[in-house]
Design a protein. Sequence first.
Length: 142
Amino acid sequence: MAMTFHVDIVSAEEQIYSGTAHMVIAPAEHGEVGILPRHSQFIAKLKPGEVRVKPSEASEEHSIFISGGLLEVQPHVVTVLADTAIRAKDLDEAEALEAKQRAEEALVDRKADFDYAKAQAELVEAAARLRMIEKLRKQHKG
């Protein structure tokens, strides 16, 4: 039997995934990280992108978009605490395009009460959603 560990992916709204896996890949702030059973303990800040959970060698991996958050790795448990988490199948391309457009417009039309960091973070998140949607589209065609 292959070695596994427990994985929990939660957002402020709901628990997205809870189960065993033999591998998790996440978009850490300083690069993508892969976690296997008995990985050393650490905590990392996550950036917007795709978290991939591979439950077992024979089953299909789960793709989940996160808008950022924290990754905690313990000897037998991996926890992703996401600001926002959406299952790949639930991503809405029209909504992501609209969010990207709003953020781009906010960056162009700066006003006195403008929050540049917030607008830029929203643009990064929308772009990450669109990249994940495009990747999923290519996977389904191939």
